[in-house]
Structures are given as structure tokens and as C-alpha cells.
Design a protein around this ligand. Sequence first.
Ligand SMILES: [Zn+2]
Length: 491
Amino acid sequence: MENIGFGNRWKKWIFACLSSASISILVNGSPTREFTPERGVRQGDPLSPFLFIIAAEGLNLLVKRAMLSGHFKGIEVGKEKVIISHLQYADDTIFFGEWSRHNILNTMKILKCFEDLSGLKVNFHKSNLFGVGVSNGDLESIALRIGCKAGDFPFTYLGLPIGVKMNKPTHWLPVVDKFKKRLAEWKSIFRRFLKDGKRTAFWHDRWLGSFILKEKYPRLFALDTDKSCTVFDRVDLAGSSFSFNGSWLHSPRGRSASDMEELSSLIENFTPPQNTNNVTEDSWLCTLTDSDNSFTKQVSANLDMLRLQPSTVKPPTKRNRSVPLKVELFVWRAKLHRLPVKLELDKRGLDLGSVLCNICQDSSETTEHILATCPQVKAIWLDFYKWWNFSPPAELNVADLFSSSCSSSLSSIGSKIWEATKWVCGYSIWRYRNLKIFQNQIWDIPSILADIQLSSFKWISGRIKKAQIQWSQWLINPSSYCVVTSRVGTG
Ligand SMILES: [Zn+2]
């Protein structure tokens, strides 16, 4: 990154992202102690591909230098004699070069050099050697020598077949299919907007309700004399009411007949979307918005809702830096219901034996239960409120407990401290829950509360120095650091 010219601050950020990760492995359903990975980028981390590209840039430079010094010869392409030596796409690299032992061995040297420099390893078992106009024997002997496979044409690169004549339409089919698949995903949120029905396919477009008629009534579709008929062909508009005007190979019987009745009544009750103002012909209408057809912020938010689980698009938790990052992250996960509570693990197919709460053995363990409503947990919260000299809410729930609700009686630092202490309380409850499950530690409410008092003091007093929190006072009544003391006006 330094060579490419990234600034120091940026490098620090990236390094922080890489080094702050900790990993815990599930062994028979129980997580191990967390540890920090020391080598390489993480699989599935959105940052990894970007870092990889930066590292791969090193390979690009190495090849270019090898070309300049004459150690590697690319191939000339076209009238302009453009020299191509290699193509890179993410972790996919192709070298092009003259077929000579010298060239191939130098390619290997370049790769070796790259391995030593970057710490990345080239997987030769996944690599192929191709020869154009080279005998099979030659190809195989060299492939064997450098430890990779001899490849055959055609092969696929970036989803495209290489080594076949692309002027044959059938060879484009995989590409066409890919696009179709992607489009279908998008089309599913759009519905045909009808003006006259002449440009809308009766069976194939989504114009009536949320489904495609071909899929909902396959028997009727099979019977239609014209599979590509339009809505205009099949629906009669008499006055303001619609009626179905089917055209069948033979009249529908049995289940097809009842399907037809159902479809007829659907069409008779059909009311087309009302915003007909500036639309002159059938067009796609996004069903996620009811204002107009433009792609607004709202549509994009709706799209997110559709594609992501609703819970993941909740507004993020406000940060509170008076606790360690791990506590902040814990609260964030709790609010998004992302903690590995038993019921969630069970839903994901983990065999836990029982989904009952380990502490009360009375209800299934959900996020709400383990952090708020379990009687053993509730007792901690009640003691916690007593310690603060605040009256507890009538009903405990995760959203309220961890929200940054501002009470007018708290100073601004005070509300930070109050919120942070609640977060530490939740974090400690979760920690002791884990200690009980994985280390059989007993659930002792007084000692858990003592731990909450100590941890919150350690973390908060160190981070909000301005509050000048003293341990003895903290233990007796932490709210004395938070409540606004009414100031007497000095005249
Ligand atoms: Zn319980």
C-alpha cells in the first residue's frame, strides 16, 4: 500500500480492520476462547478482495519488469502488434507467452518471486497450462515439470468459453442465461403497468397481482392456443369491468376448469394501478413505490428491505465510547438479535440437545429471554436499578434497556455514563451466561452485580476522565455523577 501511495492514516485503518478481528471456533457447539488471526486475509471479508488486488498489483509490476529486461516474452496481437503478457481478474491470472522452455521457466520464477514477496501462495494444482499449436506430448511434459495440469480447449474464463468460435450463437447461451437470471430477480419487484394491454404478455408478465400467470396456472397455459398472447388479446374491457376471454385448444375440464373459474374472477376483480397520468403505453411499474415510477431513495430502501432481512436495516446503534469496543459490538449484536442464543442456533440446524435457558431451565433461550425476561436475569436488572437508585421500568426488554433514551434529569455526560453502565450490565449477563454454559460456573446474582460495578467503573472512569469518578462513591451511588445538580444563579 505504501508503494502505491496510500497515506498513513488510511494504512492504519486497514491494519486496524485486519488486526482487530478475533476468531472463535465452535467445537461441538461451544465456542473456543477467541484468538486473533495472524496471517492472510479473511475469507468472506468484504475487504479481502480489495487487499488482494493491491497485492496482485505486485505481480503485475513483476511481469512488466521481466518483459522490459527480456526475461519474459508476451505474444503479439492484431495489426497494431499489441503485446499481451498477462490478464488479471481478482485472483484469476492468465499469462500469455511464446512457447519456449525458457519463457515457461521464467514465468515460474516470476511466480516464485511473487510468492516470496507477498507471502501469498500460488496454487499450482488449480493452475492449467495451455498450448496453442503445441503437441500434446510437449504440453504434458512441461506441465508435469512445473507441477500443474495440462489444460484442454475450450475452457471457461470469467464465465466465458475460451477456445471456441464465439460467432456461434449457442456459445453465448451461458452468458445470456446469466443475464436472464439477474434480470428475473429485478423483474420480480416490477409489475406491468397496463394502459391498453397491447404490450404486456398475458402469461409471462407480472401484471395481475404478485404472480406470473404461467406459473400460477400451468394447466391453463398449456391449453392456450397462443402462448404469447397479450393482455389485450385475453381481457375484454366492457365499460369499467374486465372479463376473461380465453382461447383454448380444447375447453378446460376438471382442475383446469376450476383454475379457469378462479382466473376469471381474478380478472373481473382486477383494478389496474391508478397513476395513469403520464403513461401512454404499457410499461414496467416498480411495485415498491406508489408515488411515481422513478427510482427514489425510498425505492432503494424498500429494495434493501426486500433483499436483506428486515432486522439488518435497522438504524445502527449510536456509539458510546465510554466502554470497550467489544461491549459496543455486543450491544449492537443484541439489538439486531444476532447473538448466538440457543433458539437461533437451533434454527440454523445446530443440535444442542435442548433450547431451554440454562439458567432458569424454564423457557427457550431467545435474546429477549437471556438479556431481559429470564427471572434470574430480571433479578440482576432490578438490583442494578436499585444500585442506581432509579425505579425500574414496568417491563424489561432489550430495545429499551439498551436504547439511548435521554432523561431530562441527566446531564449529557450523565446520560452517556448511564447508558454505558446498562450496556456493561447486559454484556456481563451474557458473559456469565457463557461461563455457566461452558464452564459450569454457578449463577450468583450478588457476585455478577459486583462484577458489573467493577467493570463499569474500570471502563467508564478511565474513558470519561472529566467525570472524576471515585470508586467508593461509584459503589454507593453512581447516579451522583450523572444527575444534573440545579445551579443557583449568581446575580
Ligand atoms: Zn431463563
